[in-house]
Structure formats: C-alpha cells, structure tokens
Design a protein around this ligand. Structure first.
Ligand SMILES: NC(=O)c1ccc[n+]([C@@H]2O[C@H](COP(=O)([O-])OP(=O)(O)OC[C@H]3O[C@@H](n4cnc5c(N)ncnc54)[C@H](OP(=O)(O)O)[C@@H]3O)[C@@H](O)[C@H]2O)c1
Length: 409
C-alpha cells in the first residue's frame, strides 16, 4: 500500500491530486452554499485532492478535499494550510473522512507545512468527530468568521501540527458566553437519534455535596449549561435515586424556547423519564401533576397491582419487557415514542448501565473546582472494553471547566 492510502472495512482509502484524468466528483454539502463570492476571493489559489476507495479492484471517487494558504505571519513557517472536505452522500458514515484528512495532513507535513488547519461549523458534529479521529486538536471557535448564503457562521478551528512543533493545551478558556453563543455550544445532530450524558463532578469525583444533591457542587453557570443542554431535547432520562435526591421541579419550557421548539417540530417541552425498579417515587411532588407533559416511569415486572395503580395515576408507566438490559430497553422505548434527543442526567447507577450498553453519543462533563470527599456513589461494574471519546469543546467559567466529548464510533 502506498503511504497515501489506508485500509478500512469498505476498502482502501487513498488520495491523489485532482487532474484532468481524475476530475473533481460532485459531492454537494449543506456547508458549501456560499452565495455570491467576494471579488478578491475569486483568484485565491486552491489545491484539490480526490478521495478514492478501492474495493475488489474497483476504484470509486467518493469525495474531494481542498487546501488553501492561511498566513499567521510573514515568515515561511507562518503559512498554514486550511483544508476542507466533501464526501458524496452514499459514502458518508464509514470513517473515510477521518482517514482522508489524516492522509492529507501527513502529505502536507511531508511538503513542509507545519500547521494544517480545518474549520468546521459548530453544528457539524460528523466533521468534528472525523477531525478528532484524524488526530486534529480543537484550537477554539472563530466567532462570526464565515458568511454563507444563510448568514454569518461561527467556525471551530482544528489543527494538526508536525511532530516536534510546540503545542499548548487544547481548548481555550471562555470566560463568559452570551445566551446565543451558549445555545450554539450544545447542538443536536439533525438527522439521527442522540443520547447526551450530563454530569457535574468535583475534582475528587463526587457527584453530590454533603447534602446528597448535585446543586451544592454546581454553579449558576453550570445550571445555565444544563438548561441549554436540555432546551431543545425530547426527553430527560434519570434514575429513581436522582429523583429521590434532587426532587425535580415540573418540566416546562420557557416561552422563547417553546417558540424555537415549535419551529423545529419539537413538542412544547421535554418529557421526564424515570427508571425505577421499586416504584418508590415521590408521587405527590408537583413534577408529576404540573409538568407540561406527563412523565414516563420505566419499571420492571413483578409489582403489586396497588403500586402499579398509584404509579399510573401520576405517570405513563412502562413495564420493560426484560429481554435486554434495562438501559437499552428504556432508550428503545423512548425512540418508539419519537423521543430521539435524550439527555441522560444520571445518577451514577443509571449512567453506568447506559454506558455499559454503549448508548452514549456525547458526554458533557462539568468539573467543579471543589474537593467534596463524601457524596460519591458506587458506579457499577467496569465496562469490558472502554469506549473512547474525543474532546470537542471546553468552556471555562468561575473555576468550572465544561467539557464536551463525542463518542469516536
Ligand atoms: N452530579 C451530577 O451531575 C448528578 C446527576 C444526577 C444525580 N446525581 C446524584 O447521584 C445520586 C443518585 O445516583 P444513584 O446512582 O444513587 O441513583 P440513580 O442512578 O439516579 O438511580 C438508581 C435507581 O434507578 C433504578 N435502576 C437503576 N438500574 C436499574 C435496573 N437495572 N433495574 C431496575 N431499576 C434500576 C433503581 O431505582 P429503584 O431504587 O426505584 O429501584 C435504582 O435505585 C444522588 O446523590 C444525586 O444527587 C448527581
């Protein structure tokens, strides 16, 4: 295999410069609808590469990549290459983007380019994962950097630097964010079901303070992050231990969120879903009677009729079939109800089950600047083969670090 190729399940991915014999394929992207070009940008030199997949001797042109120079100073070592990629629809989702961008970064490094950059929309989760898998690191967000037909866009900037080049800590501190910027920090993918796990942890791993609640290790900004992560979700999934400790308030959406939810075809507010084996829940809490949507309670078989009736008076009770692990059955049931955007807020025992079942697409972990000692709860058996997550965002506020990780699968 040549150095600019790598074997993947679907075949060998390779890249070559575009020429007359290997023209650019048509691979339209929703991120490429530019509108009118600026006259000064028309003559910008752009190099192009073709991405090919070879399988059983058959070569398919599956997409293309571009590179243009970005100058960070007047010296030769200040010339970075900014790369872009477009894949034909049918070839997406196979890991080709990650391999192709890594191959291109290596080729450019071999040509003497120290810094290879890629910029992508903050909403473009597929490309962020591909870049992380290609070995790029997130440098930060360029606010209001790019105009396209539909308006101005923030761009994440990722980089891949030659071995030996100095590299500082990934992710920039963000001292404060306005509501609009925060809204863009926790996007949902448009076209697939997604489970986001949220937790706040102290420096020593506690999930609650001395009062047994997470509020005492949280901060007002952490609460804003949580509210933002929930704002456009379909369902919030928690364990009974969390409901008993935290006593959630009724689930309602603010007026402005309702307008945005309606424009996206979402119900008026997220629905709360609770997993409880015992059905020992605070049924008289306002959460059950006053939420915008009737909460769902998942439970297992074998309850007395009276207990089931008490639960059914307050919530939609779903007795899980017990064929698969409970976490998978809960999530499948939510999907069956059209609830695709799920925020799993713990606690630790529920999250352990959800993690073990491989259901977590995104982990949003807030690190609280406290040592709290007590308050840790057991976390269940270890996952047999840990799943790796790529760090795609860090925000910082008042000593708290807000991380966002995406599963690398
Ligand atoms: N730091 C944070 O961000 C954060 C977030 C959430 C919670 N917390 C804290 O975490 C603590 C609660 O966590 P936790 O781990 O004790 O509770 P949890 O995960 O919220 O809930 C555990 C409960 O879920 C039900 N459950 C879980 N697995 C089950 C299964 N396989 N079959 C049937 N039911 C099952 C059981 O309910 P039954 O007991 O009803 O049978 C179990 O007791 C609290 O201190 C809370 O404040 C912290």
């Amino acid at each position: 295999m040549t150095p600019n190729a790598e074997s993947l399940g679907i075949g060998i991915v390779s890249i070559r410069r575009i020429d007359d014999e290997h023209p650019r394929p048509t691979s339209p992207s929703e991120y490429d609808d530019w509108g009118e070009f600026a006259p000064e940008a028309r003559g910008m030199p752009i190099e192009r590469w073709l991405i090919e997949v070879t399988h059983d001797g058959e070569v398919s042109a599956v997409g293309d990549m571009s590179a243009h120079a970005v100058w960070h100073g007047p010296t030769p070592g200040s010339r970075a290459s900014n790369i872009g990629i477009s894949l034909i629809d049918d070839w997406r989702g196979h890991g080709i983007g990650a391999v192709a961008q890594r191959l291109l970064a290596e080729e450019l490094h071999a040509d003497g380019v120290i810094r290879v950059e890629a910029s992508t929309d903050v909403e473009n989760i597929a490309e962020q994962r591909a870049l992380a898998r290609a070995g790029f690191a997130l440098d930060g967000v360029l606010r209001g950097a790019q105009q396209r037909r539909d308006g101005q866009h923030d761009l994440q900037v990722w980089s891949h630097v030659s071995a030996g080049a100095p590299s500082s800590i990934i992710g920039l501190p963000t001292t404060d964010l306005d509501a609009i910027a925060l809204a863009r920090a926790y996007p949902w993918p448009a076209d697939r079901a997604w489970l986001r796990a949220m937790m706040v942890l102290t420096l020593d791993g506690a999930v609650a303070g001395a009062d047994g609640r997470s509020g005492s290790i949280s901060s007002p900004f952490d609460q804003r992050v949580l509210a933002e992560a929930r704002r456009l979700s379909d369902a919030i999934l928690i364990g009974a231990g969390t409901l008993r400790a935290e006593r959630y308030k009724p689930m309602k959406a603010r007026d402005d969120a309702q307008v945005e939810r309606a424009s996206l075809g979402l119900a008026e507010a997220p629905v709360l879903a609770v997993l409880s084996g015992s059905l020992d829940l605070p049924w008289s809490d306002p959460l059950f009677a006053e939420s915008a949507r009737r909460p769902i309670v998942f439970t297992t078989a074998g309850h007395e009729n009276a207990d089931l009736e008490a639960a059914q008076a307050a919530a939609d009770v779903v007795v899980l079939p017990g064929v698969r692990d409970v976490a998978t059955e809960c999530v499948e049931e939510l999907h069956k109800r059209g609830l695709m955007r799920i925020v799993c807020e713990g606690g630790v025992r529920l999250l352990a089950g959800v993690a073990a079942a491989g259901l977590i697409d995104e982990v949003d972990l807030s690190l609280s600047p406290l040592l709290a000692a007590g308050g840790q709860v057991h976390v269940g058996p270890p996952v047999p083969s840990p799943v790796r997550y790529a760090l795609v965002q860090t925000l910082q506020h008042d000593g708290f670090l807000f991380t966002r990780y995406l599963a690398e699968h």
